[in-house]
Design a protein around this ligand. Structure first.
Ligand code: 5GP
Length: 111
């Protein structure tokens, strides 16, 4: 099922884009938890980490490359998090796989 991220990827809903290629879109989070809070979203509609297949693994590698580039561009190499909330109990609210790139201040404990 298409989520809000599917609609953003399709250009039906606006978002502040910080990176885009034919497989990946990165946008600023609408409700940032830190000075830098970017969502790196594979355009393929994969619902969550558990749904990632072997054929998707190169795409996940590309997500990491985009995270490295955006971390450098945003000057957060001293410390950042790249995280996925997987499933409702972990706080996942949008079921289109996305990676949070968070940094720009001292980050608190994870859980
Ligand atoms: P999740 O809770 O699924 O791990 O993360 C969803 C993230 O998407 C949240 O951090 C939330 O602030 C962000 N978000 C929800 N709706 C929108 C939107 O319409 N635009 C943008 N840019 N971010 C959104």
């Amino acid at each position: 099922m298409t989520t809000i991220f599917g609609k953003i990827i399709a250009g039906e809903i606006p978002a502040e884009k910080v990176y885009e290629d034919d497989r990946i879109l990165a946008i600023k989070d609408i409700n940032p938890k830190a000075p830098v809070h970017i969502l790196i979203i594979p355009k393929k509609e994969i619902p969550d980490i558990q749904s990632v297949t072997e054929e998707d693994l190169p795409l996940i590698g590309e997500v990491i490359q985009v995270a490295q580039k955006l971390a450098k561009e945003n000057d957060i190499l001293e410390g950042y998090r790249l995280l996925v909330n997987n499933g409702p109990l972990a706080g996942q609210s949008i079921f289109h796989l996305h990676f949070h790139l968070i940094g720009g201040s001292k980050l608190g404990p994870i859980a």
